[in-house]
Ligand binder design. Structure first.
Ligand code: HAS
Length: 564
């Protein structure tokens, strides 16, 4: 029989074998999760304060500024919580499926510390009131250089993690010539390729534009270039969050419901399509910006709609898994199979509600991307409603669902019946709170209520009076959500330190035995990366040249990124 050490050195025998996580590997993933849970608490508290301020019934004490807490909320939740949770979770997936050497683990720790130091730098700058520039840090808002240097470190740290993941798969492939890679390792690799290509945009902007400008080396910068580079990164950023949730939907949920993966090939194809269509689409966040030619906005909006294809493939695959599993268990009728789903298992319930929330969340996204309709909702609090359904419900409820088995697995404890029950209560609280908050944000947005503004009550007009009801509803939703966060932190502490010792399963599903074999070309990395780069060059080259050539005075075309 092979020892764990031997398997570790060579990787598993075939692509469906799973490796046990060693103690050091468990500690590594837990380190990332500790940061994520602290971020959840701090960011959630700021979210509560925001809704209270906007309700007009509360003033921040001690001279704290609304935009300061809004920046902490955005940076800590959208950038820190997500990135740390995803990278930690992905390391555990890679270690389970392809294995990790000691050297790779050391590099992974370097990644963790570089990211953590960066996070501390940025967070401290905001807390000191020197970085209230929101998570998109649009110029001409300017922060202290430490804000941007901290962000650059977070990105560099995440690249180290990406290259560890690439090496993990590379060594496994070398040891298993001709075999298809494990599905989850394939998915992690796609997500990290997307992340590296996309984050180069924001890294370039931070390093070449923002840091010199904030240090006073350059006195001005080309603002449209900086916004374009940000959104070149900003849209794939949201898919970076979503794909981590999709990994659980495709490969973990089937195991939890007692079923199998519907199709390995379909799952891989959908991830490849996400790689193609996540990056060359940033202009759909810049539809109202006058400096970008309408033709290129049209091209990028068309590419945006292509993303709907892998999304619907995912919905199809999930429905198929649910139905096939139910029918195998003997449930009949058109929807009888729904009854077999383990509604009382929080590991399933939380991500399932996340899936359902993605139906209105995705429909909202399609409205946002449609140019004329975007003119109605852009810069209104509708957009905030949209991303609280997508990232703060679909993605986060899936991450909570993962935590309920991952954390006890890592800490050598069990998800007890009582913790499962608390988890179900937490999921319901989250759904109700987010439902109230997000619906009222959508409605207030349609009535013209602005986003990113503490002044939503000015003027005493009839319209502003009407906004008041929805702002109050948002404060109610925000308060319920904060109760949900406190409960989640409590469950986390229990799972990490106090739950009874035991073995919690790391649930990874197998493929349906009669599924069609996965075609070999799906692992043609050079081809997929080549097509991705070609699409980016097609969508960005000409408009980018336009932006630089037609830069206004003070933003000299060359050196094109910083003026003086
Ligand atoms: Fe978005 C703004 C367009 C998806 C996040 N988005 C944002 C911002 C964030 C964000 C954070 O075009 C704000 C950025 C800022 O600060 O300015 N978004 C889209 C489109 C999609 C989309 C077309 N967004 C997401 C996801 C996010 C996210 C996912 C986070 C995770 N978004 C926009 C646009 C803007 C925008 C514009 C800019 C607006 C502006 O003017 O500023 C698409 O990907 C959506 C496709 C999704 C679907 C839904 C498919 C449903 C599925 C559910 C399956 C369920 C099952 C269970 C199986 C078509 C897969 C059901 C079972 C039953 C029994 C019912």
């Amino acid at each position: 029989m092979e020892t764990v050490k031997a398997i570790k050195e060579q990787g598993p025998n075939n692509s469906t074998d799973l490796l046990p996580l060693s103690k050091p590997e468990k500690r590594l993933t837990m380190a990332y999760i500790y940061v994520a849970i602290i971020a959840l608490f701090v960011g959630g508290l700021m979210g509560l304060l925001q809704t209270l301020v906007r309700s007009g019934k509360f003033t921040l004490p001690w001279g704290i500024d609304y935009y300061q807490i809004l920046t902490i909320h955005g940076v800590v939740l959208a950038l820190v919580l997500t990135t740390f949770f995803i990278i930690g979770f992905q390391f555990s997936l890679m270690n389970k499926t392809v294995g990790m050497s000691d050297k790779q683990r050391k590099s992974a720790w370097v990644s963790f510390w570089v990211m953590t130091i960066g996070t501390l730098m940025t967070a401290t700058t905001i807390l000191l009131g020197k970085g209230s520039v929101l998570y998109t840090f649009y110029a001409p808002l300017q922060a202290h250089p430490a804000f941007y240097i901290g962000l650059a470190l977070v990105i560099i740290g995440s690249w180290i993690a990406a290259f560890v993941n690439f090496r993990q798969l590379y060594l496994w492939k070398k040891a298993h010539p001709g075999e298809k890679s494990p599905l989850l390792a394939f998915m992690v690799t796609i997500n990290m390729i997307m992340w590296v290509i996309a984050s180069m945009g924001v890294a370039a902007s931070v390093l070449i534009q923002f840091i010199p400008w904030s240090l006073g080396i350059a006195s001005t910068m080309n603002v449209l270039v900086s916004r374009t580079l940000f959104w070149y990164f900003g849209h794939p950023l949201v898919y970076f969050w979503l794909l981590a949730a999709y990994m659980a939907w495709y490969a973990i949920i089937p195991k939890i419901i007692g079923g199998k993966i519907f199709s390995d090939a379909l799952a891989r194809l959908s991830f490849i399509l996400f790689l193609f269509f996540s990056i060359p689409v940033g202009f759909h966040h810049q539809l109202t910006e006058p400096g970008i030619d309408a033709t290129w906005k049209f091209v990028q909006v068309s590419l945006t709609f292509m993303v709907v294809i892998p999304t619907l493939m995912t919905a199809f695959s999930l429905f198929a898994t649910f139905e096939i599993t139910g029918r195998k268990k003997g449930f009949k009728g058109l929807f009888g199979w729904l009854k077999h789903l383990p509604w009382k298992d929080v590991r399933f319930l939380a991500p399932f509600i996340g899936m359902v929330a993605f139906i209105p969340g995705g429909a909202g996204g399609i409205i946002n991307a449609s140019h004329q309709m975007n003119a109605v909702i852009h810069n209104t609090i509708w957009v905030t409603g949209h991303f609280h359904l997508t990232v703060a419900t679909t993605v986060i409820l899936t991450f909570f669902g993962i935590s309920y088995w991952l954390i006890p697995h890592l800490t050598g404890r069990r998800l007890t019946k009582q913790l499962n029950k608390l988890g179900i209560i937490q999921t319901i609280i989250w759904t109700v709170g987010m439902g109230i908050m997000s619906i009222s944000m959508h409605i207030q947005g349609l009535l013209g209520g602005p986003r990113r503004s503490a002044f939503s009550e000015y003027g005493g007009t009839e319209q502003a009076h009407e906004w008041g009801y929805y702002q109050l509803a948002q404060a109610v939703g925000g308060t319920i959500l904060f109760i949900g966060i406190i409960l989640m932190v409590y469950i986390f502490i229990k799972m990490a330190f106090f739950a009874p010792k035991g073995d919690e399963e790391y649930p990874i599903a197998e493929e349906e035995p009669d599924a069609e074999p996965t075609p070999k070309f799906l692992e043609n990395w050079k081809l997929w990366i080549g097509i991705t780069i070609a699409l980016i060059l097609f969508a960005y080259t000409i408009p980018f040249i336009d932006i630089i050539q037609n830069a206004p005075p003070g933003s000299p075309p060359f050196p094109f990124l910083v003026g003086n």
